[in-house]
Write a protein that binds this ligand. Structure first.
Ligand SMILES: [Zn+2]
Length: 382
């Protein structure tokens, strides 16, 4: 798809890395930012506006409806209705300035199809990285997505089938999850050996492994097995959140990425100590030098797909980081951690994934909600 070249003129530019804004124009042609204006470029006058990299959502479920009745809706879906909801949710995210989404759980064929349809320009949406159905034990967390696999051979076969289907990531459920009744969120679903078999095979096939893990014991197993990313990483035990500095240190030392799934939902938590404990945990992981990539788990009940900006404000409240440091978690830092060297910053040669907003996000992250334009792969989408 060839799109008209663009010049974004007169805005304040945040490049994804600097702690200050720059003045100047951003030129776009052939889907990327270029150094010089392209012939025939359409100029958008952005005086007073702010141009920043499009946001990256590290953990989404496009197939869920973000409401309490999610499971009944999921179970009553046809493939066609689910795929349409996924496309609609993808469009909502794009309109909120989210230009890259890692979808970490949906029926494999639907996720791959939507990714490819967006890429081909048949339907609007962010650039997707998809895991397809999470690999899980029989009856285990999110088994209903179709990724059940048991034992070392079963896990290897599941990895190979996912690779054959064309996924970008492997997602594995190292512990049970709150959304699947009958699973145990505290205990490991797989042994170290089982997880390791899947990880080795995924790496052989050029895929990295993101592991869902809530319980502290399950996190220990995932770390020992050598997963690439830990999702949630909430250190839960039957007695509450239990920070384990030795595990945090191992996560940092092994370079395992933490995708903390922090959302606007935290604001609704009663002050029963959970919120403070999770904030303490997040600060400890930042202080230990763990690689952190922003994620919200959007799609689950109470976490709308387009609420990444609110979640970034929650991260700021929890950590006390400067707005620029929080913003990097959802732009340049996420791009680096997820192996997306072609995006996450505003610079010549990089994908033209940009959002134009009316307020200064380095002064107030709330400005992320004042979306004026979104440019996705060089195309003016909003
Ligand atoms: Zn999730």
């Amino acid at each position: 798809m060839i799109d008209q070249p663009l010049t974004l003129a007169g805005g304040h530019i945040w490049d994804g890395l600097s702690s200050t804004l720059a003045a100047g124009n951003v030129h776009i042609a052939d889907g990327v930012v270029v150094a010089e204006p392209a012939p025939g470029a359409r100029t958008l006058d952005l005086a007073g506006a702010f141009v920043i990299p499009g946001l990256i959502e590290g953990h989404a479920h496009l197939c869920f409806n973000a409401a309490q009745d999610w499971r009944a809706v999921y179970d009553s879906d046809s493939s066609a209705s689910m795929l349409l909801r996924m496309a609609g949710n993808a469009q909502k995210m794009l309109r909120a300035g989210i230009t890259t989404v890692r979808d970490l759980g949906a029926p494999t064929d639907l996720a791959v199809q939507l990714r490819d349809s967006i890429k081909a320009g048949h339907v609007d949406g962010p650039s997707l990285l998809v895991s397809g159905a999470p690999i899980t034990t029989t009856g285990g967390h999110c088994y209903f997505m179709g990724g059940e696999a048991d034992g070392e051979l079963g896990i290897k076969m599941a990895v190979r089938k996912h690779a054959r289907a064309g996924v970008d990531w492997i997602k594995v459920m190292a512990t049970g999850g709150n959304m699947t009744p009958g699973t145990n969120t505290f205990a490991p679903q797989y042994s170290v050996e089982e997880l390791r078999a899947g990880i080795e095979d995924a790496h052989r096939l050029g895929l990295r492994v993101a592991s869902h893990a809530h319980g502290l014991v399950g996190i220990r197993v995932a770390v020992e097995a050598g997963v690439d990313v830990i999702e949630h990483c909430s250190f839960t035990t039957p007695a509450g959140i239990e920070r384990d500095d030795a595990v945090i240190e191992a996560i940092a030392r092994k370079g395992i990425i933490v995708s903390p799934t922090i959302s606007v939902g935290y604001r609704r938590w009663n002050d029963d100590g959970r919120k403070a404990a999770r904030a303490d945990l997040t600060r400890a992981m930042v202080a230990a030098g763990c690689k952190i990539a922003m994620s919200t788990d959007c799609g689950i009940p109470g976490v709308p797909h387009d609420a990444l900006a609110d979640a970034l404000a929650v991260v700021q409240e929890m950590t006390g980081l400067e707005p620029v440091e929080v913003l990097k978690l959802a732009t340049s830092t996420s791009a680096e951690h997820f192996g997306l060297g072609d995006r996450g910053v505003v610079a010549p040669g990089k994908r033209a994934d940009l959002m134009v907003i009316d307020g200064d996000p380095l002064a107030d992250l709330g400005a992320l909600k004042t979306v004026r334009h979104v440019i996705s792969g060089g195309r003016l989408a909003v």
